[in-house]
Design a protein around this ligand. Structure first.
Ligand code: FES
Length: 73
């Protein structure tokens, strides 16, 4: 089973936990969920109004379908 969820954030959410800074992934690309692993840097250069998807090795692809109305995180 799979689903498509649109993420627009291009950086993590920082929170303090037990006196330590933690970074929570908001871009959806981290391979260490729920924590940021720096993969959000792949989103640099994304253009407004376009929809992209990323493969397992980090290559960016532009979606041919805009998925209008897709749920957004
Ligand atoms: S915010 Fe997703 S990897 Fe950093």
């Amino acid at each position: 089973m799979a689903r498509i969820v649109k993420h627009t954030a291009q950086g993590p959410y920082k929170l303090e936990c037990g006196g330590e800074d933690k970074y929570i992934c908001r871009c959806g690309l981290s391979k260490n969920q729920p924590f940021c692993d720096g993969s959000h840097k792949l989103t640099n250069g994304e253009e407004e109004g376009k929809l992209y998807w990323y493969d397992d090795v980090g290559n960016r692809h532009e979606s041919a379908d805009g998925f209008a109305g897709i749920r957004q995180n």
